[in-house]
Design a protein around this ligand. Structure first.
Ligand SMILES: [Zn+2]
Length: 338
């Protein structure tokens, strides 16, 4: 069974619309642990989110407070919810700030919902909450999702793959324009951007997740040329530099992208315990940390992927890749395990 609740008892099947009706009954009665239900809803989001559609209004109307579901899964389940849901959430937000209402409103993602998100912020709502979740509020107009709703599970395969779409462990001189002066010392992976539907246009075929000699809590900005190589790298890091030793033969391979589906392991509201999985491409950023804004135009940068340092062991914690399609600028962020 791909659903592995941490607590609350063994899972129940989610193989038909009737099974989803059972989940909603449990949610309405409040007779199961919210996290137990949440793992089932995460599975539903990863497999048949359209089966949730008949319940969008019911959950928004009165069940959100015990709907324990991560934003990335809410974005699947609430996507395209009717304007009645938007009106309900916007009305409640006008009366009272509420994290659950704000998240659900953003997750709906329709023009009406994105307009309501922007109005919430301009009425004094929590801009940071939306920023951290990957929704940018421009000076005028509706909020903009700065991520693709289409998620791909990222799997690591070790070995020699000279023609890999998404290579792991390239020599640094393949990915930066001036290796002698670059702070980049480590290559995690290069992503062929066409492998993730819904990413913005980019001057090069691939973008690179790389690291300076620092273990965590740094951000690196760089420009990208038409050959994909980075230039003008700037590292923001408050900690001590790491005593880095290069290991050019270590951990070489590729990542492979697969759509979400019933073959992932859904536990503790995420899929990270799936064997071989190192992260997710597409979807919103993880939301626990501030997302970078473009140093040039200040727009919230577009989240491309987040993997853990285990993709090619160096440093600690999640590593995320962002880009600004207007300025041809990338950001790589390295947070610690929380
Ligand atoms: Zn920019």
């Amino acid at each position: 069974m791909p659903i592995k609740p941490v607590r609350g008892g063994p899972p129940i099947p989610v193989d038909s619309p009737a099974d989803v009706a059972v989940l909603i009954e449990h949610l309405a009665r409040g007779d199961r642990e919210p996290e137990w239900l949440g793992d089932h809803f995460a599975y539903l989001a990863g497999t048949r989110p359209e089966w949730f559609r008949p319940y969008q209004e019911q959950v928004v109307d009165g069940l959100l407070d015990r709907f324990s579901v991560a934003l990335e899964d809410q974005c699947q389940l609430f996507a395209g919810a009717p304007d009645s849901c938007v009106e309900t959430l916007a009305r409640r937000l006008r009366d009272r700030r509420d994290f659950d209402d704000a998240s659900a409103l953003a997750a709906i993602g329709t023009p009406a919902a994105l307009t309501a998100v922007a109005e919430d912020v301009r009425n004094g709502g929590d801009r940071e909450l939306y920023d951290d979740s990957g929704f940018w509020i421009p000076p005028t107009g509706p909020a903009q999702p700065r991520f693709s709703p289409q998620r791909r599970a990222v799997f690591l395969e070790l070995g020699d793959f000279p023609d890999a779409d998404h290579p792991v462990g390239l020599p640094v001189d393949r990915v930066v324009a001036d290796p002698a002066s670059s702070p980049v010392v480590w290559h995690y992976l290069s992503l062929r951007l066409a492998g993730v539907p819904g990413l913005p246009s980019w001057p090069a075929e691939r973008a690179h997740l790389v690291a300076p000699a620092a273990t965590y809590e740094w951000t690196m900005f760089a420009g990208a040329g038409a050959d994909g190589r980075y230039h003008g790298e700037q590292v923001v890091h408050d900690g001590e530099p790491d005593d880095f030793t290069d290991a050019p033969e270590f951990g070489l391979g590729r990542v492979v992208l697969r759509p979400y589906g019933p073959d992932l392991v859904y536990t503790n509201l995420h899929v990270h315990l799936t064997p071989g999985l190192v992260g997710t491409a597409g979807g919103p950023p993880i939301g626990l940390y501030p997302n970078p804004s473009c140093p040039s135009c200040k727009r919230l940068m577009f989240h491309v992927l987040t993997v853990t340092n285990t993709v090619r062991e160096y440093g600690h914690g999640p590593r995320s890749l962002y880009l600004c399609e207007d300025c041809h600028t990338v950001a790589v962020t390295a947070t610690n395990w929380n």
